[in-house]
Design a protein around this ligand. Structure first.
Ligand SMILES: [Zn+2]
Ligand SMILES: [Zn+2]
Length: 472
């Protein structure tokens, strides 16, 4: 059926383009195209997930479900019952499909270009490409729903599979080369997307530009000197104008958004390990029987000749996140492969852990954690424990030394600018014809919102079972 030509929707993602920087640049009149849309339209903050990164946010966006339901929290995760973290792929851990496939089932056609970290479910009503030039691609080889789209993307993909966003660049020359390479990719993406949108008619056009994410992790904006991220945003603003023109629809039906902010934050990794080591030591001193049970298990395993990860007496397993957060999993009997903690003690141990995390202080006696989240409360759903039992979010710019009441922990200095707090700073700008349902919105509700702008009440099949009278 399709929607009326005047009701088409153009949705443009600028990945991890921090809202604070965007607002500043709007005030300074450096983003004229975005300012034009906002002039008659609306600014809506998007609420992100504490301590979680790219994967949780993008998968929540595309599946219309929160992380506890889709189960993808971080690009590396250990499966429940395992200790070895491995890369997740877009079809793991559970079956889920993006809302644009549900829309296509209802006759709304879509073109979806390079949405990161989303389940890829080919559908005749959707022209889609994944792993083209997004930040943190699942695969070096893009997948596309048609040969034409695949060809277009391969013709526009300078530097091929691009690993350089994960490597710190040192020295002016290397940084210039890196920034130039990211810019070349963005320009190529824009050219291909503009060509595609001009020559194909879809009800929904969704395209995600990732260059601001690639640069944002490396070059924090707002500091003195060159500001590659701000320069990149100016280029994206120009491309936005070109894309709107090629699309040819009503500029009032354009939405530009960023799910993620990009606040500079310390990488909590080194501090996590030291802190969790101290917690384990302390717990075992007070509960030696756990230690004996564990030792007995390890001896039995050795006698059988089996080896595996974590042959220790640990009650708490640290989960390494590239994020300003510390994630900790309880080594529970019955759930984890070498679980040593009786499941009946879970609540008690969890409470003990949360208390002790709250006690962590810096040199000035200030708490080092901004919040401590129990995953079952913060991320409810069948997969709430897929990552951890507790996610502790570090305070921004917290110092390198951490003290606990148990023992002094002196981790390596956190390394600012290697991680970002993505939770704060998400935003959406919508044109005059698109009024958001709420003054601020959850990432997982955007699909429903886009669906309603395309004339269908609830986009996702799961959401359509909800009584709409109760959700006002
Ligand atoms: Zn990121
Ligand atoms: Zn990147």
């Amino acid at each position: 059926m399709g929607v009326n030509a005047t009701e088409r929707l153009l949705a443009v993602g600028w990945d991890a383009a921090d809202g604070y920087l965007i607002r500043r640049m709007l005030t300074e009149r450096r983003l004229p195209v975005l300012a034009g849309i906002l002039g008659a339209g609306t600014w809506t903050p998007l609420d992100g997930y504490g301590g979680l990164g790219d994967d949780a946010h993008w998968t929540s966006f595309s599946t219309g479900t929160p992380p506890g339901v889709h189960g993808r929290f971080h690009f590396e995760q250990a499966p429940v019952g395992g200790y070895q973290q491995t890369m997740l792929r877009r079809d793991e851990p559970g079956p889920a499909r993006p809302w644009w496939v549900d829309l296509a089932e209802r006759g709304i056609t879509a073109s979806v270009l390079d949405v990161p970290k989303s389940p890829y479910v080919p559908h005749p009503g959707v022209a889609e490409i994944v792993d083209w030039m997004c930040h943190g691609a699942d695969s070096d080889d893009p997948s596309a729903s048609s040969a034409e789209l695949h060809r277009l993307c391969l013709e526009h993909r300078p530097h091929g599979a691009f690993r350089e966003c994960y490597r710190a660049q040192h020295g002016d020359e290397a940084i210039d080369r890196h920034v130039a390479a990211v810019g070349e990719r963005r320009a190529a993406f824009s050219e291909a997307a503009t060509t595609w949108v001009r020559s194909h008619d879809h009800d929904l056009n969704l395209a995600v530009f990732s260059s601001t994410h690639c640069l944002g992790h490396r070059y924090p904006s707002g500091e003195a000197g060159p500001d590659p991220v701000a320069d990149e945003l100016k280029a994206l603003d120009t491309h936005l104008g070109e894309l709107i023109e090629a699309w040819g629809g009503d500029p009032g039906r354009v939405v530009v958004f960023s799910l993620l902010g990009m606040h500079v934050a310390p990488d909590a990794g080194p501090a996590t390990e030291a802190t969790v080591r101290a917690l384990n030591r302390h717990w075992l001193q007070r509960h030696p029987t756990i230690g004996w049970r564990s030792a007995a298990k390890i001896l039995r395993a050795r006698a059988r000749g089996t080896r595996g990860p974590v042959p220790t007496a640990d009650v708490f397993t640290p989960v390494k996140l590239i994020a300003p957060a510390t994630a900790i999993r309880l080594n529970l009997e019955g759930r984890e492969r070498r679980g040593i903690l009786p499941a009946s003690q879970r609540e008690e141990v969890l409470a003990w852990l949360v208390d002790h995390l709250h006690e962590l202080r810096d040199d000035e006696g200030e708490p080092v954690l901004a919040e401590v989240l129990c995953t079952e409360d913060a991320f409810p759903g069948p997969h709430h424990d897929a990552l951890a039992d507790v996610v502790a979010v570090w305070r921004l710019r917290c110092p390198g030394r951490v003290h606990t009441s148990i023992t002094d922990v002196e981790p390596d200095s956190p390394r600012p600018s290697t991680a970002a707090d993505h939770r704060r700073g998400g935003w959406m700008v919508t044109g005059a014809g698109l009024v958001p349902k709420a003054g601020s919105m959850a990432i997982d509700s955007l699909g429903d919102q886009f669906g309603s702008w395309l004339g269908v009440g609830q986009a996702s099949a799961a959401a359509s079972t909800v009584d709409t009278a109760d959700t006002e």
